[in-house]
Ligand binder design. Structure first.
Ligand code: NCD
Length: 330
């Protein structure tokens, strides 16, 4: 067994594995504040591992994790892969491109096949909202939603919260503006649920065409003017314009979108002095965000988000692996 780096041992001692009452992680809305705080604390303890020479624990030794991605992904897939490997699990990546076969059918067929291989943890990303939940009904193992259509992306919201805490301390009372293509964003939905639960004042900022009907009932304040929306905000979280989910003209041109809603240094001046900027990636530079903002290490937390992603996923994998064995699920 690999020797545990001493820094990790010390940090780990401050927290213990999260005792999860859920078999799956499908949506932030399934969790309560205590569970979220526990996962964040555990992830915080795992974060220093990335700076160690030996980055591997043996918590999930002998366990099998399958990454099942029906949509393209760079950071989320590799983040789950690294998290699984750093926890000592055997990780298999399956990149399933959408085919002409009806999506539901493909998913259920694939689920049955994978289930027969007896994985312990299954991470799924799929273009259809509800796909992770459907899969969870068809397999015996723990299912983690890595993004289902426009619905939820719970580990992204957890890593965003950890990133904000890492830089600004507490989340309670912060003004957080989530801006851009809210309509197609699972990141926005998971973040509104999580950040409001932790006591942030969340705003949603975007053009009326990219604002879902009923967004004002999510517990966030809706703005259509970017400068008003980010005024005095502590955090400005930009979202990618998700062209792959658009089947019509939601805005006249990328140039015009940038003019009204793209975050550049001029618009950022309306936020609170010292405000930080986030983006889940991948970025459309010059569409929703200007490189001058995205690449400024004093204000951009984008790299920290990627770093915290691995730590959060380690905490989630551990919690679900524990809950499976506690419940004697198989
Ligand atoms: C997000 C996603 O896939 O929902 N990206 C990510 O997980 N890093 C946001 C996006 O694709 O724009």
């Amino acid at each position: 067994m690999a020797e545990r780096p001493s820094g990790v041992k010390k940090n780990e001692a401050r927290t213990s594995p999260v005792r999860f009452r859920h078999k799956h992680l499908l949506a932030i809305s399934d969790l309560d504040r205590f569970e979220i705080e526990s996962l964040l604390a555990r992830a915080e303890a795992f974060a220093p591992l990335a700076e160690q020479k030996i980055k591997k624990l043996d918590t999930l030794r002998g366990r099998t994790l399958i990454n099942l991605f029906f949509e393209n992904s760079t950071r989320t897939q590799s983040s789950f892969e690294l998290a699984g490997k750093r926890m000592g699990a055997d990780v298999v990546n399956m990149s399933v491109k959408s085919s002409s076969v009806a999506k539901g059918e493909t998913l259920i067929d694939t689920a049955t096949t994978l289930n027969a291989m007896r994985p312990d943890l299954l991470v799924i990303r799929h273009g259809a909202s509800g796909a992770a939940e459907l899969l969870s009904q068809k397999v015996d193992c723990a299912v983690i939603n890595a993004g289902d259509g426009k619905h939820e992306h719970p580990t992204q919201a957890l890593l965003d919260a950890l990133t904000i805490r890492d830089r600004l301390g507490a989340i309670e009372g912060l003004v957080i503006a989530i801006c851009g293509d809210i309509l197609h964003s699972r990141v926005a939905r998971s973040n509104v649920a999580l950040l409001t639960m932790l006591g942030a004042r969340v705003r949603l900022v975007g053009p009326p065409t990219l604002m879902p009907a009923g967004a004002d009932r999510w517990g966030a304040k809706v703005f259509h003017d970017m400068r008003q929306g980010i005024k005095d905000a502590d955090v400005v979280m930009m979202l990618r314009v998700q062209r792959e989910r658009m089947d019509g003209g939601f805005f006249p041109s990328a140039r015009e979108f940038f003019w009204f809603y793209g975050l550049d240094e001029d618009k950022l001046k309306f936020a609170k002095p010292g405000a930080v900027v986030m983006h889940p990636g991948p970025m459309n530079r010059g569409v929703e965000i200007d490189s001058g903002v995205a690449d400024n290490p004093n204000i951009s937390l984008i790299e920290t988000q990627v770093r915290m992603g691995v730590a959060v996923r380690m905490a989630v994998l551990e919690a679900l692996a524990e809950s499976g064995s506690n419940a004697g699920a198989r």
